[in-house]
Design a protein around this ligand. Sequence first.
Ligand code: AHR
Length: 495
Amino acid sequence: AFAAGQVTISIDAGKPGPVINKNVYGQFAEHLGTGIYEGMYVGLKSNIPNTRGWRNDVVGALKELHVPLVRWPGGCFADTYHWRDGVGPQDKRPGNVHANGAIEEINAVGTHEFFDLIDMLGADAYVNGNVGTGSVQEMSDWVEYMTSDGGSPLARLRAQNGHEKPFKVAYFGIGNELWGCGGNMKPDYYANLYSNYENFLRAPEKSRPKMIASGGNGFDTAWTDVLSKELKGRTVGISVHQYTIPGSSWEVKGKDLGFKEDEWMSTLANTLKMDQLVKNHVAVLDKHDPEKKIGLMVDEWGTWYDEAGARSALFQQNSLRDALVAALSFHIFHEHAERVPMTTIAQMVNVLQAMILTDKEKMVLTPTYYTFQMYVPFQDARSLPLAIKDNTSYTLGATTIPGVSASAARAKDGKVYLALVNTDPSKAVDVAVNVAGTMVKGAAGKVLTSATMDAHNTFQNPQVIKPAAFSARAAGGKLAIKVPAKAVMVVALEE
Ligand code: AHR
């Protein structure tokens, strides 16, 4: 037994829960700011080392994350994107300005280039179609162009454009944010539109993409309600978008760096609201889809600060606080693994809560990058039930949140992994760990922390914050782990 009052985590490895789908660790890459151009795609003629235009440094770093899935090309960009602008010889492709762009879209990255990236990453594709300004015919043609295995003019056009074999489209999203930039619609109207679009999306049966319906904003469950009732059997998932802002309004969101402890607290407290959000949507799904055929796809999430856009559209810095936001969100997604088979963080490079920031030839890895890297073992791992006894709490002013957040899973390598977050920015915490029926001998892994709440990497100092090795040995049959203040830790337990 551990001392009374000691935070104790008990993992029940004998009662494995649902698998944490690797797609929970998906990414979102939109044509926005420098998210694609400069951030990832620099073109064949660039001095920045690249493979068919894609930056070698960025692609190499992303490979380390085992990116399972990439959502593309938007977002609101998808709502005005016409796929034919992005196929055929690059120098013949038109330029155009998109509603959310302000800068000209050069269409150098189109369908073929996107799938080249997907191939290099070994990821699956989640292509998002245009309902806002497109047509049923245009979307139907795009799906046919990508997936048809021959005998069709569009398959021949794809071959002419350099890709004989069909592309593999794992997921296809029918529209984006229809309640806002995607067309200011009502859910009933979109439910009818969805049926019409989905009806005409032709693909060979064996390679038909899984179709996703675009759902509501944050806590608005009306879309989930209508769509799960009306689209049974025609969709594998309904999306939801939920961003974390430190402030209480979108007008004053809060700072990316140089914030005080109140914004540390409000950011983490607001992140934890994701749990109730998922529960609310799942309750609606349970009503209309007790068979659990429809997933809740959180295909836009992450932090959004006032600075977003300082360098290029929606570019913001990323600090230790963002690393905790990612980790706390993962724990919530793991908890709901049965209903949340996919999430895509906004966004992969240079936009919002990014993995990677670039400035011309320079590249830095963000604290969020390192969280994703540390959590790789959780991809396709089997979640394990866990109980926290005598948890600490972290209080500031009128707000209190749990001090320790934890998640455990048995990974594909057979080991039990434990992820820990200490939300308190000042106090380390001692955590006793036991696994039912097993003598745990030790723990080894990585910890990410720093002296300041807003520790971040810059183009001048790219190594300010990165994970450090961590290990602990059991003594007298007991394993105690000291989790530093404001830290994310992932360890493999030695059984
Ligand atoms: O991720 C940035 C934008 O946020 C997306 O384009 C849009 O879908 C959302 O409003």
